[in-house]
Design a protein around this ligand. Structure first.
Ligand code: PGA
Length: 256
């Protein structure tokens, strides 16, 4: 049985006071309710250390939104795996579609970052998803499988369990996005698992947690997690307010 994950990426939101208030309310909730789901949050770098400190003893994992693959050097504006680790983070989000579209992230750089994260004891959360035109041209499967195969290249099979993937169709993300049909997301996630099985084997493919992201909210959350291939949710807007995040966790806890 794979775990169920519920996480949120804050993107470019929240200054320190807002981040602290969020983390403290979330801490109180998880300590009181002990949710069965694995809860994680991915704040911006500027508040990462503080949020990690506040949640140190709580059952909440904390991640960074990006990372360079080198440990140090002349890379102005970048953050290294050593720095992310030093903040106390457990995981690192890699290859989000906004980073691909706005900052030139490619499957090849994602692959370098995945390997660097694993070397430094961070769990990579790799985001993949087809664009609207790839979907319209009938190559959603091909696009997503390609992203997965390149991102995972040279990941040793005994480390696959440390990695998570989030299927986030680009057309489903953000203000202008529409959520995927749960059955559609499930079928693409099935292709992702098949691709991992081709790279390794079926047993290993079954270990990987595959999350869905893109316009998830309290209304549609349970329809996604009841799908066989969906092991959790990666949420943006609906969880930027801590009450919204808590409601989502409660929705998932209740089950389908
Ligand atoms: P959204 O973002 O929930 O606001 O659509 C999802 C994501 O980008 O991970």
């Amino acid at each position: 049985m794979r775990k169920i994950w519920v996480g949120t990426g804050w993107k470019m939101n929240k200054v320190l006071a807002e981040a602290e208030a969020y983390a403290l309310t979330l801490r109180e909730f998880v300590e009181l309710e002990s949710p069965k789901a694995e809860v994680f949050i991915v704040p911006p770098f500027t508040v990462l250390r503080k949020v990690c400190d506040l949640l140190k003893t709580a059952p909440v994992k904390v991640g960074a939104q990006n990372m360079h693959w080198e440990e140090r050097g002349a890379h102005t504006g970048e953050i290294s795996p050593l720095m992310v680790k030093d903040c106390g983070a457990h995981l690192v989000e890699l290859g989000h579609s906004e980073r691909r579209a706005q900052f030139g992230e490619t499957d090849f750089t994602v692959n370098k970052k995945v390997l660097a994260a694993l070397r430094h004891g961070l769990s990579p959360l790799v985001c993949v998803g087809e664009t609207a035109s790839e979907k319209a041209f009938g190559v959603a499967k091909e696009s997503v499988v390609r992203q997965v195969k390149i991102s995972l290249r040279n990941v040793p099979e005994n480390r696959i369990g440390d990695l998570m993937l989030a299927y986030e169709p680009v057309w489903a993300i953000g203000e202008s996005g529409t959520p995927a049909e749960p059955e559609y997301a499930n079928s693409i996630q099935g292709f992702i698992r098949e691709a991992i099985s081709e790279l390794y084997d079926d047993k290993i493919a079954q270990q990987v947690s595959l999350l869905y992201g893109g316009s998830v909210n309290t209304e549609n959350a349970s329809s996604f997690v009841k799908q066989a291939e969906i092991d959790g949710l990666f949420v943006g807007r609906a969880a930027w307010n801590v009450d919204g995040f808590i409601q989502l966790i409660q929705r998932v806890e209740k089950g389908p």
